[in-house]
Design a protein around this ligand. Structure first.
Ligand SMILES: *Cc1c(COP(=O)(O)O)cnc(C)c1O
Length: 396
């Protein structure tokens, strides 16, 4: 079965092999050297002042980030189920909170965020998604961050980039906290979150060492340890080993195709080669994502969000549940929606380094499913336009 859900994503064989080695003790030179590689990889990838790896799913990092930085009041943006989570975090921790809520297909605008900040000077932290996975929606994060910082430099901006990190290049100039998760574009099993911190975030942490984060999620304690290539508590050693293998694969992409990169041998990480590899990875993901959109429209289907993200294609269809079931019978697992749009959309993942032949088969399975359900006769239009688009983007 091809796993085409927007998290978890499939883990390539060579990453699984890397993680199948005997468990290392985390307080050893051997593990410290692996940890140092993981840090270098993340620093290159995120281009931020500091990085942290935490043993938690993405939500753990979201909660930890809010609790480290929010001292007076949180403003959160809810354009879907993950955006709602900020509010739940505030509520669970008894934190003063205000929220801007949009329909799940509609991005918030910078103007709306600014108005909310202007009307409440007690807000010190803004939390939002880069890509809201509930509806496959891309928020105008960079513009919001730029305008918020121009209005009030001291607001801490926390961005959940769990379905954007590793998908597209992100301008982190105005972002203080950038959150990622192992089970999305990193192609690792779930269980580790990743955090990028700005210079300003570090200053705030150091100036206000008291926070609501409790003992386990203390960024200051982690920083002290992780700068020395160790962790405060027992590290998720297996996932960190897998993360290093992911960076090796991406680095190999700088000079080879995807198949060879996936099978490349272990190598020293080099920042500039790795950065080149990431550009290739982003181009690859973007090409598949845009070509899939063309195929979707050639099949007479339409996307759900008004501003679609590259990470996934969320397709609006009243027969979504049946289409998913048919696709599954053809060996392709795509995700349903959630909550009130559970059966009115389905989502095809583009995160991670996906083979063109797999993405192409997923489109074929979609077109065949429409045919079986009597919705549209099969004529190969999906793949014709998918490959046409890839050729135009000079990917083939
Ligand atoms: C997957 C995802 C998360 C993380 O959820 P966990 O289940 O805690 O890993 C958070 N935000 C977004 C946008 C996601 O797609």
């Amino acid at each position: 079965m091809l796993l085409f859900t927007p998290g978890p994503t499939p883990t390539p064989e060579s990453i699984r092999q890397a993680m199948a080695t005997p468990t290392l003790h985390h307080r050893t030179k051997e593990f410290e050297s692996i940890f140092a590689k993981a840090r270098l990889g993340l620093q290159t990838m995120l281009n931020m002042e500091e990085v942290l790896m935490l043993a938690s799913s993405g939500t753990g990092a979201m909660e930890a980030s809010v609790l480290q930085f929010c001292h007076s009041k949180l403003l959160s943006i809810s354009c879907g189920k993950f955006g709602q989570r900020w509010g739940k975090i505030a509520l669970a921790n008894n934190l003063p909170h205000t929220e801007l809520v949009k329909e799940w297909d509609t991005p918030i605008s910078a103007q709306e965020v600014l108005e909310a900040l202007q009307s409440d000077p007690s807000i010190d932290t803004l939390a939002l998604q880069v890509c809201e996975s509930a509806g496959g929606l891309r928020l105008p994060l960079e513009q919001i961050a730029r305008e918020v910082k121009a209005y009030r430099q001291d607001i801490i901006i926390i961005a959940d980039a769990i379905t954007a990190m590793g998908v597209e290049p992100l301008d982190t100039t105005h972002i203080d906290v950038l959150i990622g998760g192992s089970q999305k574009a990193f192609m690792l099993p779930p269980g580790m979150s990743i955090i990028g911190l700005s210079k300003r975030a570090l200053e705030v942490l150091e100036a206000r060492p008291t926070h609501r984060g409790g003992l386990y999620f203390s960024f200051l304690t982690e920083l002290k340890n992780q700068r020395k290539n160790t962790t405060a508590w027992t590290a998720p050693t297996t996932l960190i080993t897998g993360l290093v293998r992911y960076f090796e694969i991406v680095q190999a992409l700088a000079s080879s195709n995807l198949d060879s990169a996936l099978e490349s041998s272990a190598q020293e990480l080099d920042s500039s080669l790795l950065a080149q590899g990431f550009l290739r990875a982003y181009t690859h993901t973007r090409a598949i994502s845009l070509a899939t959109r063309e195929a979707i429209s050639a099949l007479g289907l339409s996307l759900y969000p008004k501003s679609p993200a590259l990470a996934m294609s969320a397709i609006a269809h009243t027969d979504s549940a049946k289409i998913r079931q048919r696709m599954k019978a053809l060996g392709v697992n795509v995700a349903a929606g959630q909550d009130h749009i559970k059966d009115s959309i389905f989502r095809i993942n583009h995160m991670g380094l996906i083979h063109i032949y797999e993405a192409s088969y997923a489109i074929n399975a979609l077109e065949l499913s429409l045919d079986t359900l009597g919705l549209r006769s099969f004529d190969g239009a999906g793949n014709a336009s998918f490959f046409g688009a890839l050729k135009k983007q000079e990917i083939l």
